[in-house]
Design a protein around this ligand. Sequence first.
Ligand code: UFG
Length: 327
Amino acid sequence: MKILVTGGAGYIGSITVERLIKAGAEVVVFDNLYQGHEDAVHPDAIFVKGDLADKTAVETVISAHKPDGIMHFASYTLVGESVEKPFMYLRDNIVNGLNLMESAVKHGVKGFILSSTANLFDDPEQMPIAETERIVPGSPYGESKNILERNLYWMDKLYDMRYACLRYFNACGATEERGEDHDPETHLIPLVLEVALGQREKITIFGDDYNTPDGSCVRDYIHIVDLAEAHILAMNAILDGGESRKYNLGNGRGFSVKEVIETAREVTGHPIPAEIGPRRAGDPDILIASSETINHELGWKPKYPELKTIIQMAWDWHQAHPHGYTK
Ligand code: UFG
């Protein structure tokens, strides 16, 4: 199969490209390198530098390569930033996604996978969170993904383009060759590992008065390779003639911020000093996914459910690339 991967130079995109190539797919990466790194693009993938806001560039890459499917990772992705810059998220994420969908239907692309988010579930009634949970976007970022999910419904209904929306919980970990390198970094595990590398004095725990066993927030940390494999399974299912679908993707287990830091201490052997700081706006107490639907329908099961393994793999990558891709 030939797959166009937008955002294929980014963290989740580049590792999915690595797994796609390993599975024998032909891959074209389309990325503007706003957050991505050219060095993260697998050498066997065709790399096209371009911006989804540029309709001509999108049209050109799709008409030139005629992919069977598209995996759409390219997006602004920070919940907190989206509250400060709602127009950037609500306009750019949605318009860029629509530019891509419009060219996709024009050129008869058969399958489309959207990177969606746990931020659709700001006020869950059940934990773990299943696909039946009501959608309450927690931020303009979550809303932008909600609208793209709705747009895909119409692409399916009107143009027979099948889709899968994959709602990620907390993506983390690394492969031997690719890992997490954001600028600025805001995610817990890479920040904790920066402390262990001596690049940061301490980690701040954003609040210890949540309604959780140890007071710090509980999240569902899912290994990036497990996430990548879910994309490949979902794309195969769609291209084999299956229906459109939506899946929540996580480990099904929650770990608190304090547990993450403690596990990182064990893995790295570094004391990782931590202090309690104020809450970060918009953080719910607990987010845990139920991934029963994808397990039942596609046989997906996390291969790396252990937090220790996830942090060990991230640590190996960070030690080998202490300054990320570029330095
Ligand atoms: N945290 C700290 N200190 C830090 C950084 C994070 O205590 O220095 C805490 C956060 O408050 C949160 C947990 O660690 O409780 C995880 O935070 P991350 O920033 O690593 O991840 P988020 O849960 O905020 O965000 C992730 C994805 C988003 C997605 C969201 C869905 O990065 O794209 O999950 O809930 F939208």
